[in-house]
Design a protein. Structure first.
Length: 208
């Protein structure tokens, strides 16, 4: 079966765009971010294009591109745009697809609709990206509970940052989720170093 995977996070700036780029590159997938809020440096699609090694045609256009870097509901209000959830449907295409949410799982999209509600509608497996830094156990377990409460299938957790064995193992044990691997901090961060790090720390078979 062709992989269709959602990448979400426990919070903003946890590294989910970098992870999404590494996963899309490893799978030779297309990438889609349904709502981009904040257009500095071209947004997350531009980052994925730079880091994934994917051909331009595999970077799909967002349903909404909003100017302000904040929650999509507020960014849309500032831009005078109404987000129609009916437009937020994963595209049908040949080959694997990686979809990236915005911020954490309970970030509001429009009205009372949050990203976890969208994931439940799509019924696609989700990878939760989590920091290894202090506070991650609480944030990760709350995110897992929010997804499970909506019946969202969780493929596992992908960690980012320095190795913290206790936190990583605790989240997997208490959350009852698969520990998929960990992306370390990379310097320099480019398509080559990211692809090498993904290959070293993850098993691509877990995502197929």
């Amino acid at each position: 079966m062709t992989a269709r995977i959602v990448v979400t996070g426990t919070d903003t700036d946890v590294g989910k765009t970098v992870f999404a780029a590494s996963l899309a590159g490893a799978l030779g997938a297309s990438y889609w971010k349904p709502v981009q809020a904040g257009l500095e440096e071209g947004g997350d699609a531009a980052t994925v294009a730079r880091l994934s090694g994917l051909a331009p045609e595999h970077i799909l256009a967002e349903a909404y591109r909003l100017t302000t870097p904040c929650s999509p509901d507020r960014a849309a209000e500032i831009d005078g745009v109404t987000i129609d959830p009916a437009r937020l449907v994963p595209p049908t295409l040949d080959g694997p697809l990686v979809i990236e949410g915005a911020g954490g799982v309970l970030v509001p999209v429009a009205g009372k609709l949050v990203f976890a509600d969208l994931f439940a509608r799509w019924a696609l497996p989700v990878v939760l990206v989590a920091r290894t830094a202090l506070g991650t156990i609480n944030h990760s377990l709350l995110s897992i509970e929010a997804l499970r409460a909506r019946g969202v299938p969780i493929l596992g957790v992908a960690f980012t940052g320095d190795a913290v064995e206790h936190s990583e193992a605790t989240i997997a044990r208490i959350g009852g989720v698969k520990r998929l691997g960990r992306l370390p901090h990379l310097a320099p961060l480019d398509a080559d170093t990211l692809a090498a790090a993904f290959a070293a720390h993850f098993d691509v078979a877990d995502f197929r």
